[in-house]
Write a protein that binds this ligand. Sequence first.
Ligand SMILES: CC(C)(COP(=O)(O)OP(=O)(O)OC[C@H]1O[C@@H](n2cnc3c(N)ncnc32)[C@H](O)[C@@H]1OP(=O)(O)O)[C@@H](O)C(=O)NCCC(=O)NCCS
Length: 239
Amino acid sequence: MALLHLTFAPCPLDRLLKPGADEAHVWQVDLEAACDNWLSPLEQERAATMRHAEKQRHFIAARSALRLILSRYVEIAPEKLPLATAAQGKPFLDVPDAPQFNLTHARGKALIAVAPVAVGIDLEFARSVRNLDRLVENYFAPEEAKILTALPDDQRAQAFLAAWTRKEACLKATGEGIAGGLHRYRVTLRADEEAQLLSIDGNEAAAREWTLHAFAAFGDGQAAICAASPSLLVKGFAL
Ligand SMILES: CC(C)(COP(=O)(O)OP(=O)(O)OC[C@H]1O[C@@H](n2cnc3c(N)ncnc32)[C@H](O)[C@@H]1OP(=O)(O)O)[C@@H](O)C(=O)NCCC(=O)NCCS
């Protein structure tokens, strides 16, 4: 797969961060590393409803990391950041001129994207996919299904997950979530192609308003970032 090469460097802590107009920052976070709990009372309540201890621990770590990272972009303490939630569930910072952001977590790891424009990020780890053919049929466009089902068995799951991350990053950027319809966002699927959003509801001009990149994270993790900008420079940081 033609991927964006991204390295995750330590970030300077002595100044307020501000991504450039067509720049996105991607933060890599280990959710098993010790961290302070910066959750709001509402987030604490949500955490308390989680019965699965690991899920709860990772939710607290991800939200705390998110708050800590965002506090480096606005001059507000992590625990005081006004995080709100849009209609379809996308969290946003309810502050004038605040940067936009998105979060993805899997297997104790998280990626957090911060940009001046709408941004979405998704991460999936290599694994076998149950009912792959049914998922492809239900969620992908017929032309895409044709490409994926023609692949040898040993390549299909990997290609499916790569495609899924690309589409989900787009749907998370717009805030629609999966319910918005993965089939509506056509993306490149072949191993030798760079990640690209090809069309939205068949409209190629609309797709050119967005940039999609795919990159590797945490070893065998496949990740994708999508942002509302015709070009996008991505910088990686480690917390
Ligand atoms: C949130 C969603 C977009 C993706 O969820 P996911 O892949 O399970 O989870 P991710 O870790 O990538 O993202 C979750 C985060 O996205 C953010 N999010 C929630 N709703 C969102 C939306 N509508 N748009 C953008 N971001 C959203 C939240 O920060 C959430 O983290 P939190 O719950 O800790 O606050 C959801 O709409 C969804 O439909 N999930 C179904 C996933 C699925 O079926 N996956 C199968 C893969 S083979």
